[in-house]
Design a protein around this ligand. Structure first.
Ligand SMILES: [Zn+2]
Length: 732
């Protein structure tokens, strides 16, 4: 059914392989739905005919989009025609008078929606990388149409009846075909297709109620920022901040009609960046409390009833659908497969992480004592004194490091070189392939035997209209059924140097480039029959595994020797500087890891409740405290990264019962990378094994089985602790 098509068009799928723990968990879909009312109709869609470049498959190599012909005006008529065509195809499959078979039902669904897929992929990508208000308005306008289209497919009873017949006869199938049938069938069942009319009606009510509660929660977050802003009258209280930081606070005050004052607004994590610089301890406490207590009844806007309501609604929906709890429902199709597995992985980390936190705490308390401070470190002190420890022990001039990471050298002699050493692949520039912006470079990727694998677009630079962060996406995904090879994009937001100057990258940017290449190769090496199982269409707790795995080549001695040369002198990066980079990278890692784990466990505590247990929560604050204690992560100075009442990922976004996924992927990446190092490191044999078991498989095989095929066993958390420098308690 090409589920991803619709998501791509509204920008949501771009988050599939987007990276990192984004604070803005709100999806494009939700934003679009929110803004729908504000948009006005823009006149009837223009006619859709051969003059529209989406009308037929692109004739360029690999079906690359022909940006010499595509104009903004082409998108809307093509999207509308795509929906219409897809709906007709689905209707024809549902109405087929022949008995349902794998071919005439499941494969037919896979083949449907070609036009929609073609235009949606281009529209979604260009909107995210070079969009403007026109694009946003069209996304908003299309969102309800896509949602309705998607419902019409999921709730088509005739279609489901045929899918079910194929599912019941699945013993004739095996391998990828079997997985596709199970996946398709499950998709319908999970939407409620097997329920009675009454139960379906209740599911629809719950869905609608959940949607309004999450919207209210999200809107409340904005109110909470205003209600919890900290107003400072006297500039002297801001000691420690730079003049430009102070100027920003003054201008915030001005915009809030408080000229002459200074306003500190909280960001959406418990920790507040400003706390690392504020010298005034009372002000630090005020800012921290504004952050940590927000939404918990300290001001007019109270998110506690909404947290409880969502926990109840989710538990009820899960129970209606036959699951023990919401976590069991959500995780059924993940690699973890059950909340208990995710909890157990997180709990395995707790002892080592807490022990490191204690070491970090000792170092911080030492500084406090040495300065004559007669108090024990509180959460509002941590960042401030950690910064002093860092400056003293881990000082590093990041500008000096940058001199060794020139952009072109990192791309060609770093990322491409490493991938060549590991997989034998090469990247050849294709200046003849048109792009949607001038500074994008297109490469044809050649396999070890010289065969073409597909196209790779490097869209590395920041520009107006590009969203923040880094991500991978595609114009065309690989499929033997459709005879398509992958056309993949990587996006980053590197700031280009002035003309004639070299663009120099931070160590983080270098590592991100390797990370995104990891996603790109997951798409590029895909070797599956069915498009909906291709490449990165895997579960959330698996998708960051191949990318995080590739990150660690950044520090491989052979790769460094080839890539990290001074842009003027050509000298190798000194080992001493590299050691500093490493030490700085792992600084405060106990804290970072514990605050994450605490939030991930909290998420799972809410979503392993029965409906009755959720209904009996008396106070969300108490529930949270109990949950932290139960899991042994109740360290006062290290609160969870998000507390319940502003945990947007799980109560306003799509990460409920899924916040653990980042760490799960990293556990796999660290375990696999360590195994590779012990088996010869950067060699073609290792690359081939990784490609065969993992990168070629997409979602065509159970992810844990893929992992075991590669590794010979299930992962443990040991390598992750090493990767984060958490193996021995740090008391120094
Ligand atoms: Zn990623």
């Amino acid at each position: 059914m090409r589920k991803s098509i619709i998501a791509v068009a509204i920008g949501a799928a771009l988050t599939v392989a987007a990276c990192g723990d984004k604070e803005a968990a709100q999806t494009a879909t939700e934003q679009a739905a929110e803004q729908t009312q504000q948009t006005t109709e823009q006149g009837a869609a223009a006619e859709f005919n051969q003059s529209n470049p989406f009308y037929a498959e692109s004739s360029l190599p690999f079906q690359a989009p022909d940006f010499t012909k595509i104009e903004f005006a082409h998108y809307e008529p093509a999207l509308l025609a795509g929906i219409e065509e897809h709906a007709k195809e689905i209707e024809a499959i549902a109405a087929n008078s022949e008995p349902a078979t794998f071919e005439n039902t499941i494969v037919a669904m896979e083949k449907s929606g070609q036009l929609l897929g073609r235009v949606a992929a281009v529209f979604g990508n260009v909107a995210g990388s070079a969009g403007n208000d026109e694009f946003r308005a069209l996304q908003v306008k299309m969102a309800p149409k896509f949602a309705a289209h998607s419902d019409n497919i999921n709730l088509n009873a005739d279609l489901f009846a045929r899918v079910k017949t194929v599912y019941e006869n699945r013993d004739q199938l095996e391998g990828e075909a079997l997985r596709l049938v199970e996946d398709t069938y499950k998709g319908f069942v999970r939407a409620g297709a097997e329920l009675s009319d009454d139960q379906q009606a209740r599911i629809r009510e719950i869905n609608s109620e959940m949607s309004s509660v999450t919207t209210e929660f999200r809107n409340n977050l904005m109110n909470l920022v205003d209600e919890n802003m900290v107003v400072v009258e006297d500039k002297a209280e801001l000691a420690g901040l730079t003049e430009s930081q102070i100027a920003r606070l003054a201008s915030t005050a001005e915009s809030k009609d408080m000229p002459g004052k200074y306003v500190i607004t909280v960001t959406n994590t418990t920790r507040q960046p400003i706390l690392s610089s504020l010298e005034n301890r009372e002000l630090r406490e005020k800012v921290w409390k504004a952050s940590a207590l927000r939404g918990s009844g300290n001001t007019a806007t109270d998110n506690r009833p909404l947290v409880k309501k969502l926990a109840e609604l989710r538990a009820e929906k899960a129970e209606l659908l036959g699951y023990e709890n919401w976590g069991a429902y959500v995780l059924e199709r993940s690699m973890a497969s059950a909340p208990e597995a995710a909890q157990s992985m997180l709990r395995d980390l707790v002892p080592a992480v807490v022990s490191n936190v204690k070491g970090e705490m000792v170092a911080i308390q030492d500084v406090i004592n040495a300065e004559g401070g007669e108090f024990e470190v509180e959460p509002w002190d941590w960042a401030f004194y950690a910064e002093k420890v860092r400056a003293e022990k881990y000082a590093m001039d990041s500008n000096e490091v940058k001199q060794y990471f020139e952009f072109n050298r990192v791309v060609e002699d770093g990322v491409f070189y490493a991938m060549n050493q590991l997989f034998g692949i090469s990247f050849e520039k294709r200046d003849d392939i048109p792009t949607y912006a001038d500074d994008i470079v297109v490469y044809e990727v050649k396999d070890v035997d010289g065969e073409s694998l597909g196209l790779f677009y490097g869209d590395w630079f920041t520009r107006d209209g590009k969203r923040g962060g880094a991500w991978m996406s595609s114009f065309v995904s690989q499929s033997h059924l459709m005879d398509t090879k992958p056309v993949i994009l990587n996006n980053m937001n590197i700031t280009k140097a002035a003309d004639g100057e070299p663009t120099l990258l931070s160590f983080d940017e270098v590592s991100t480039m390797f990370h995104e290449m990891g996603h790109a190769l997951h798409g590029m090496f895909s070797d599956v029959m069915y498009p909906s199982l291709a490449g990165t269409s895997v579960s959330r707790d698996y998708v960051e595994f191949p990318s995080t795995f590739q990150e660690d080549w950044t520090l491989n001695p052979k790769v460094l020797a080839n890539m990290a040369k001074h842009h003027e002198t050509g000298e190798q990066i000194p080992q001493e500087l590299l050691d500093k980079v490493m030490a700085a990278k792992n600084f405060n890692m106990g804290y970072d890891t514990l605050e994450y784990i605490a939030a991930a466990l909290l998420d799972l505590e809410y979503h392993t409740l029965t409906k009755e247990a959720a209904a009996s929560i008396e106070d969300v604050n108490q529930f949270e405290e109990g949950a932290l204690v139960r899991n042994g992560v109740d360290v006062d100075a290290v609160p969870p990264r998000y507390r319940s009442n502003f945990f947007a990922h799980v109560f306003a976004g799509g990460y409920s019962a899924g916040y653990y996924a980042y760490m799960w992927s990293e556990v796999l990446a660290a375990d696999a990378f360590k195994y590779v190092q012990e088996s010869g490191g950067l060699t073609l044999e290792n690359g081939q094994a990784f490609r065969d078991a993992i990168l070629s498989k997409g979602n065509s095989k159970d992810p844990m089985q893929q992992y075991i095929d590669f590794r010979g066993q299930k992962p443990t958390v040991d390598a992750l602790l090493e990767r984060r420098g958490l193996t021995a308690p740090k008391i120094d």
